[in-house]
Design a protein around this ligand. Structure first.
Ligand SMILES: CC(C)(COP(=O)(O)OP(=O)(O)OC[C@H]1O[C@@H](n2cnc3c(N)ncnc32)[C@H](O)[C@@H]1OP(=O)(O)O)[C@@H](O)C(=O)NCCC(=O)NCCS
Length: 186
């Protein structure tokens, strides 16, 4: 039986770099990312170096009982407006159903409580049903659609833009916890 304390988000460290690069370069994650070229180790190292010296982006590793399963990143943190844009993926393909939702719940808490944000923005390809359901389940509201916005292969794809206000999350927090932890391992 797993409890809430089995799950955590922690900052990325240098020891995670090889694992994160393998996850980020997997077909599954590239298929859902804006930029889908295969990232080289040098590029990855340069990205990590930039991350260390930058206050607008954070990158967290999601663990279950001290085993890494995925990542949550918050980018473009805007202290004036209290906003940030998030990204996430489950790297371990055999993760049980419901794992992404638990990671998302922790990511939302982190953004609102640790970073003090007022609003989280998410963007999904319109074809990415898992990400769309994931955002809606976490209480995000669809705020718009960027039509034919990103070139994916031969085609420009639509992007669905989601927003979650801290005030809405606070109102629904208990209910959300119940549904996310209750549905784990279905
Ligand atoms: C998006 C992602 C993190 C969700 O993680 P997950 O472990 O699949 O999530 P959960 O099992 O908690 O499911 C969350 C919701 O998505 C739905 N879902 C999961 N996989 C799905 C799929 N392949 N097709 C349609 N819906 C799916 C679930 O049914 C659930 O919704 P529900 O509770 O209303 O039924 C994961 O699929 C992933 O890492 N995808 C690749 C990277 C990615 O797309 N990142 C987001 C970029 S915007």
């Amino acid at each position: 039986m797993s409890g809430r304390s089995d799950y955590l988000l922690r900052a990325i460290s240098e020891e995670d770099l090889e694992m994160v690069l393998a996850w980020r370069n997997s077909d599954r994650v590239r298929a859902s990312s804006y930029s889908d070229h295969v990232i080289t180790p040098d590029e990855h190292m340069a990205w990590f170096d930039r991350l260390q010296n930058n206050s607008t982006d954070v990158f967290m590793i999601f663990e279950i009982r001290e085993t890494p399963f995925g990542v949550v990143q918050i980018n473009r943190i805007d202290k004036v407006n209290g906003t940030g844009h998030w990204g996430f993926y489950i790297g371990v393909e055999e993760a049980p159903r419901g794992t992404g939702s638990i990671m998302g719940l922790l990511g939302v808490e982190f953004a609102f409580i640790e970073l003090g944000l007022r609003k989280i923005v998410g963007e999904s390809f319109a074809f990415n049903q898992a990400s769309i359901r994931f955002h809606l389940k976490l209480g995000f509201v669809e705020e718009g659609r960027l039509r034919k916005h990103v070139l994916k292969g031969e085609k420009y794809e639509d992007i669905v833009v989601f927003g979650l206000l801290r005030s809405d999350w606070e109102r629904n927090r208990m209910e959300l916890e119940g549904s996310v932890f209750g549905s784990q391992g279905r």
